[in-house]
Design a protein around this ligand. Structure first.
Ligand code: PGA
Length: 251
């Protein structure tokens, strides 16, 4: 059976190493019973060293929330090679919260290219805003974002790519405002077809598609019923009890 992929995106939380330790101790205590799930935690960069120590001999894998596309004279940035050498396997790329800060398709394309060339796993986030959904342009948006991010990427490298469909209007709603299971499934099929058309049937079959946006322990069964390969979890991943219930739903 194909392993589900559950990715925790801690965003700019928590504030201290002590709090990181508390979350991890609880997750580690309960994670032994979880099977068939690849668990990835993406903490703020600052906590990566602490996390690497803490997750030794567990099934948790290191992820990052972003990356720059190269090393050199780029003040404040972190390169793909640094992350790889450090042991980071998955990197969230093109998250809507970064796009809002000015990251454009061209930059995302460069990041995806350098990650794939290093055989790392970019998690490319795509999704429409509320305005675009109201105009029923969600498919157009997702198609444009995917094709722009993969412009001139070698087909042979696409095996390691993961797509996360995250409608912007469904992120961090706190009220569990969720995309319906039918809408998630329709988007998943659309993305599969898009890959088939542009990169061939083999890649389309292999590509993993996650859903993200207000996923929690209460709605996880609904999300899972859309037949996705896993989830990208923000808020609920900071609560170990909720996070474990999400993992159990896939186990
Ligand atoms: P959320 O965040 O689960 O808090 O909505 C998801 C994400 O932004 O990746």
């Amino acid at each position: 059976m194909k392993k589900a992929l559950v990715v925790a995106n801690w965003k700019c939380n928590p504030s201290t190493e002590r709090e990181v330790g508390k979350i991890l101790n609880e997750v580690k205590r309960q994670i032994r019973k979880i099977t068939n799930v690849q668990v990835v935690i993406c903490p703020p960069f600052l906590f990566l060293p602490f996390l690497r120590e803490k997750i030794k001999n567990t099934k948790i894998v290191l992820g990052a929330q972003d990356v720059f596309y190269q090393g050199g004279s780029f003040t404040g940035e972190i390169s793909p090679k640094m992350l790889k050498k450090f042991g980071v396997k998955y990197v969230i790329t093109g998250h809507s919260e970064r796009r809002k800060l000015g990251e454009d398709d061209q930059i995302i394309n460069k990041k995806i290219k350098s990650l794939l060339e290093l055989k790392m796993n970019p998690i490319l986030c795509v999704g429409e805003t509320k305005e675009m959904r109201e105009k029923e342009k969600q498919f157009e948006v997702v198609e444009r974002q995917i094709l722009a991010a993969l412009r001139n990427v070698k087909k042979t490298l696409l095996d390691n790519l993961i797509i996360a469909y995250e409608p912007v209007w469904a992120i961090s709603t706190n009220k569990g405002k969720l995309c319906s299971s039918d809408d998630i499934m329709t988007m998943k099929l659309f993305i599969k077809q898009l890959f088939e058309k542009n990169f061939g049937a083999k890649i389309s079959e292999k590509i993993k598609i996650l859903y993200g946006g207000s996923v929690n322990d209460k709605n996880i069964q609904l999300v899972r019923s859309a037949g996705i390969d896993g989830v990208l979890v923000g808020g609920a991943s900071l609560n170990p009890q909720k996070f474990i219930l999400i993992l159990k739903a896939f186990s």
